[in-house]
Write a protein that binds this ligand. Structure first.
Ligand SMILES: Cc1cc2nc3c(=O)[nH]c(=O)nc-3n(C[C@H](O)[C@H](O)[C@H](O)COP(=O)(O)O)c2cc1C
Length: 350
């Protein structure tokens, strides 16, 4: 009963308040409101059903919906966990604090597929030591995926070692288009192999690598083979796509939102075939509705991640996706989310 009311209230807030503010102010106000919501008030959003559980790179998630990398504030991460995401990813953390690129660093994007953003955030984050200190206050109600971004292989190693205790999974970001330090790695796959070997030896926690949609050739020729050879546990496809945008302080940024989705879906099919059935695979990019989440799971993803839809579609989406999955499992007489994958055995005929 309460969910349709929350949905309508959020639609009003988004369309009548946030959309009328400049982007930077809308982000500040939105985060302020999110921090103010009592955690207990969010419990009604959770859909709890053992059939929704999935295994991602050896880690059990209570459902396959992941909040993608964007937030570092533990108060927000905690509320995302309470909202019913199956796992929550941190902002990409760097060794030293970074103020991010100057504003404007976020602009709205209207596409035929739906609303998105273009951003040049530039890894605004408090740095390894301060972030780690703050994380002690975060109860892990849901698995935490710690995302890291370095300027050298040794920095990635230091970040992975430094955050290992708090991470259920580690995500290696080699794909954000907003700083040269990370993005150029995707164009230099020979450096990625060494980096992945170092990271693999630095932790016993499962490691997934987040790929860029801008480097399909390098991904397939060199990075995915390096992932397989170094014993990395999974792949997240993917990050934002770089475009020129004169509205941003850097004159360019990364596109997020539903225009990414067709490319993500095609790539998930390819990656599942190349990676085999066991490696973890997350589909991220433009997932903003239950049917898109279902399509990505059917194409071979173990889980789906999103950030843009957290803003454009509001807090009830994890629940709506969970309910749509359960309805689909019942209709097709399947027992678990993994059975949705194309080629998985069907349940008994009706
Ligand atoms: C403002 C903003 C900041 C982001 N920061 C990060 C980051 O620190 N690390 C990262 O790997 N991805 C980052 N992303 C990318 C998202 O995690 C996600 O991969 C991308 O937005 C595509 O998914 P979506 O279409 O659901 O938003 C950021 C995206 C946005 C819009």
């Amino acid at each position: 009963m309460i969910l349709p009311v929350v949905e309508r209230a959020y639609r009003f807030l988004h369309d009548r308040v946030f959309l009328r503010m400049p982007e930077a102010r809308a982000v500040r106000v939105g985060q302020l409101l999110l921090r103010a919501v009592p955690v207990a008030a969010l419990r009604g959003f959770v859909v709890d059903d053992p059939r929704l559980a999935v295994t991602l790179a050896g880690v059990r998630l209570p459902n396959p919906v992941i909040l993608a990398s964007m937030y570092y504030d533990p108060r927000i991460l905690r509320r995302a966990m309470a909202l019913g995401f199956g796992a929550v990813t941190t902002k990409s953390i760097t060794v030293t604090p970074r103020p991010g690129h100057p504003e404007p660093s976020l602009a709205r994007l209207s596409t035929p597929e739906g609303p998105g953003f273009v951003n040049c955030n530039g890894f605004k984050n408090p740095g390894l030591d301060a972030f780690r200190a703050g994380l002690h206050a975060l109860p892990h109600r849901r698995p935490l995926i710690v995302s890291v971004a370095g300027e050298s292989p040794e920095e990635y190693q230091r970040l992975v070692e430094g955050l290992e205790a708090q991470a259920d999974l580690v995500e290696i970001n080699i794909s954000s288009p907003n700083t040269r330090l990370v993005y150029e790695l995707s164009a230099a796959p020979e450096r990625v192999r060494g980096l992945l070997g170092l990271v693999r030896r630095a932790t016993r926690k499962p490691v997934i690598v987040k790929l860029s949609p801008d480097y399909p050739e390098a991904n397939h020729r060199a990075i995915v083979p390096a992932i397989l050879e170094t014993g990395i546990d999974g792949v997240n496809f993917g990050n934002t796509r770089r475009v020129a945008d004169p509205r941003l302080s850097q004159g360019a940024g990364g596109v997020s939102g539903p225009s990414l989705f067709p490319g993500v879906l095609a790539e998930i099919r390819d990656l599942r075939r190349i990676l085999g059935p066991r490696l973890g695979l997350v589909a991220t990019g433009g997932i903003d509705a239950p049917d898109r989440a279902l399509a990505a799971l059917e194409a071979g993803a173990d889980a789906v991640g999103y950030f843009t839809a957290f803003i454009t579609r509001g807090p009830t989406l994890p629940r709506r996706i969970g309910e749509a999955i359960l309805e689909t499992l019942e209709r097709r007489r399947l027992g678990s989310v993994a059975d949705l994958r194309a080629g998985a055995p069907e349940g008994p005929a009706a």
